[in-house]
Design a protein around this ligand. Sequence first.
Ligand code: UDP
Ligand code: MG
Length: 305
Amino acid sequence: MISIIVPCYNEEASIEIFLKEIRRVETGMQERYNESFEYIFVDDGSTDGTLEILKRSGVRYISFSRNFGKEAGLYAGLRAAKGDYAAVMDVDLQDPPELLIRMYEYVRSGEYDCAAAKRSTRKGEPPVRSFFAKCFYKLINKISDTEIVDGARDFRLMSRSMVDAIVSLEEYNRFSKGLFSWVGFRTRWIEYENVERAAGETKWSFWKLFKYSLDGIMAFSVAPLAVASVLGVLMCIASMIFICVIIAKTLIFGDPVAGYPSLVCVILLLSGMQMFFTGVIGQYLAKTYLETKRRPIYIVRESNI
Ligand code: UDP
Ligand code: MG
C-alpha cells in the first residue's frame, strides 16, 4: 500500500479535481502493480469548505485546530501513514500525479529509497522571486553541510525506512527540504516542467517565503553566528592599521585634532554591526527557546484515523 499525504489549506477549489486525477493514477497502478493508495488529507486549519469536502469524499483526514503550516501538515500525515511507501504532494496539481508511477518504480526496484520531483525551470514565476530563490539556494548550500536542492518540490515518494527516519525527527522548527536531505538515503531526482496551479491561489507571499528561507538557514546552519567573529577579527586588524597610520601622520605632519565626521561614521558602523549580530544571536536563541518548550508540532481538532 502507498500512503498519499496531502496538506490542504483553504483548498476547496482543488480537492475534487485532485482526487479525480489521482484516482486515475491509482487505477492504473492497481492493474499494473496491485498497489492501492491510502489517502491522508491534512486540513491545516482551513477557514473555507475544505473539511466538509474531505468528509464528503470518504478519504482519511486529520483536521488541525488552527493553521500550523505546511511543515506540520506533512509531519502529521507521515506519522499517520501506514503504507509500505509514502508520498507527499500538493493538492493544487502542481505535482503531476502521473509522476508517482515513475517514482514508485524507482523505489520498488530497491535501487533508491526515495524518488523526488524537481522543477527543471522557474518559468511562470515572477523574475524577482526566481532571483531571490537562486540566491537563497546558493547561500544555504555554501554555509550548510546539508544539501538543499534548488528547485526541489515537496513531492516525493519514500520507502518505509525513510518515513520512519523523518518521523523520528521531532524538532519544532521543521524545514522539510532540509530534513529530507539530512536523513540521507539514496534519492533519485526526477525533473519536470513546472505547471501552474489547477485552482485557487498560492499561500506563499514574498514576505512569507523570505521568512521561510531565513528559517531554513537557521535550521541547517550556524554559519551566521560565526560571521560575527570573523568580522570582529577583520575589524580589529583594520583598526590596528588605522592606529599606525594616525600615529605616523601625527609624527610627520603634526596633525591637529580633526576627523569628527569619520569618527561618527565609524561609531555608527560598529554599533550597527553589533546590533545586527546581537539580533542574529537573538534569532538562534529564540529558536532554541521555542524548541525547549517542547510544544506539540500540531494539534488535532478532528480526525477519522
Ligand atoms: N499548505 C498548507 N498549509 C499552509 C500553506 C499551504 O497545508 O499554511 C498546503 C497547500 O494547501 C498546498 C501546499 O501546501 O497543498 C502548497 O501550497 P501552495 O500551492 O500555496 O504553495 P506553492 O505551490 O505556491 O509553493
Ligand atoms: Mg502550489
